[in-house]
Design a protein around this ligand. Sequence first.
Ligand SMILES: [Zn+2]
Length: 412
Amino acid sequence: MSVGQSLRSRLYRLNDTLRNAKENSRFYARHLPDLNTLRLKSINEIERIPFTEERHLSAGIEDFLCVPPGEISRIVSLFTSGSTGHPKRICFTGEDLENIAGYFSFGMSQIVAPGKKVLICLPGKSEYGVSYLLSLGIKKFGGLPEIYGIISDPNHAAGYVNEFRPDCIVGMPVQVLAMAECHQLGYRGHGPSTVLLTADYAAESLKLRIREAWDCRVLNHYGSTEMGYGGALECKFQKGLHLREMDLYFEIVDPHSGKSLSRREEGELVFTTLSRRGMPLIRYRTGDFTRLLPGRCACGQKLSRVSPPWRFNEGMFFLHDQGIKMSELDEILFSDRHVMDYSVSVLKMDSNETTLKLTLWMDGKSDRLDSKTRKAIASVLPCGTGADFAIAKPSDISPGLRGKRFGFLPEP
Ligand SMILES: [Zn+2]
């Protein structure tokens, strides 16, 4: 099922994107059907347009460009989750970047009032980096942004919160949790009234701990570089994330057959850019799974809502053919108040015996998981799988504080 509203204008913009890509991008000149059959007469005909996949991007951006290289203002290199290990690159024109800042402005103005201070705890402080664009967006509606950068030392960040006294903090889930708990312990001063978590999956149990530390509301944002950073944002009613439908056309498809799914079924999120000039992407498979939520939100926005997307490749692993979601482990482990982060790997003893090794970063007040959490972990593991718990050395930096958390590490 396709996700959207204002279908007529959406159809017009889709056709415009398809034509532009076919005429100007070397990749889409080969990948898309010829111009005579390319034009969609109804939105449902998009199903006959082939998907763009992550592996296609590793061929090089030169093939994707729809403008002369001189018009590109920013190129972002990302390492792929696929087996090739080749970096993929995404590029934006100045107009594309302005458009991203415009979406950030729209989104942030939904959750922060003009004149309020926003502390940005994300990378990309340099010109046109993600923090820079977010800062630009916040200034557009009269908010007062301050870029802190990623939180590698939570205690220092907590001290900064006490000095700056932000009304809103934007950051990555595990990093903000660490900062919130340090702040509560060491300062007990003024905390933010709103926290926006982004760039990683945020478990409800983790959100609850931040909410309790600061007595604040905790919202989710979902996005990726391919989408132009912004993809979907939770509103204050917290009944799912509103999709960025003004700039992207979304579909939810069966990951195996590629067919559109009916309403409410969970599937892979696929998007087509509607306003990207430099490097449009058509039916791009995100590898993220979500489902459309029914009904209209009480906030009054017409944008469709989805459940929090979770990443298939890094967000899931298989034990004895049973899939285990990292989001499920997150939910259980962050419900233990002493767990600050963890990593997971699989130890294969022989063909029948498998052990899941969980390395835990604790808060220093406890050096073991509580029995309820241990039981909950055991309950999600398939028969024939045991769990082994290890406590990380205090000197080891946790995956979340390094920035990339979903590092599922299979061991030989
Ligand atoms: Zn809403």
